[in-house]
Each structure stands twice: as C-alpha cells, then as structure tokens.
Design a protein around this ligand. Structure first.
Ligand SMILES: [Fe+2]
Ligand SMILES: [Fe+2]
Length: 133
C-alpha cells in the first residue's frame, strides 16, 4: 500500500501539519506490519495509538476553531463527529470479529486524506488570515 506524505496535504499551520504528518506515520506503521496472527497484538496497540492521537488532534482543531470564531465550525465539527461515530462503530465490529482491522485502516486513510485536503485546508486559510501559521 502506497501511502506517502505529500506537500498537497500541508495546510500551512505548523502544529496541525505536524500532527497530520504524525497520523500518516502511524498509519504507515500499521501497513508495514505483516498481516499475520503474531502481529495482531502489535497491530491493535498501534491502532489504539492512532485512534487516541486522532481524537486529540480533532479536539485541538475544534478548540482552535472556537478560539478564533471560525464561521465554518459547525460543518467542520459535524465531519469530525461523524468520523468519531464511525470509528466507534467499526471498532466494535472489529472486536466482535465482524470487520477486518485493515478495513478500518483504509477507512481512516481515505477519510484523513480527503478531510485534510478539503476541510482542514479551508481552516488553514482562515487561520493564516488570522495570523496563525
Ligand atoms: Fe486535521
Ligand atoms: Fe479537521
């Protein structure tokens, strides 16, 4: 699976860009693990780190949006909310073995890449205009 960080994902807000890069790094660690039973524990551990880090990241964006009274807050927050709910449901399905862990990883990757390029990008432009970079 080719999943490389690219400058097209930069939103020009240093702290958020660093976090996005860390999310890519964690996702890549998941892909690098061989898909076998011995790695299941390791996989679950990295996935948990990724999910925890993602939740923290979404909260940081939300607090920045609120701090600077971002007009697109509700829409952006709604996207985060939907993502958190989806993650919760999919994690439950993995626990009950109804879903493969890689389906969730692919879902996170797809969501992140499109969300960063569209919604986070818009937020970046707004924050830049407020003098945050
Ligand atoms: Fe983000
Ligand atoms: Fe976001």
């Amino acid at each position: 699976m080719d999943f490389k960080w690219d400058s097209k994902y930069l939103i020009n807000v240093k702290m958020l860009d660093q976090q996005h890069q860390e999310l890519f790094r964690l996702l890549n660690r998941l892909y690098e693990l061989p898909n076998n039973i011995d790695c299941e524990k390791k996989l679950a551990e990295i996935l948990k780190n990724l999910l925890d880090y993602t939740v923290q990241h979404l909260s940081l964006e939300e607090s920045m949006m609120q701090k600077y009274s971002y007009q697109g807050f509700e829409r952006h927050f709604g996207e985060h909310q939907k993502f958190r709910q989806e993650i919760k449901q999919q994690t439950a399905l993995i626990d009950s073995r109804e879903l493969n862990i890689f389906d969730l990883i692919v879902f996170i990757q797809d969501w992140l890449t499109s969300h960063i390029q569209y919604s986070d990008h818009k937020l970046g432009l707004f924050l830049n205009a407020k003098g945050i970079d």
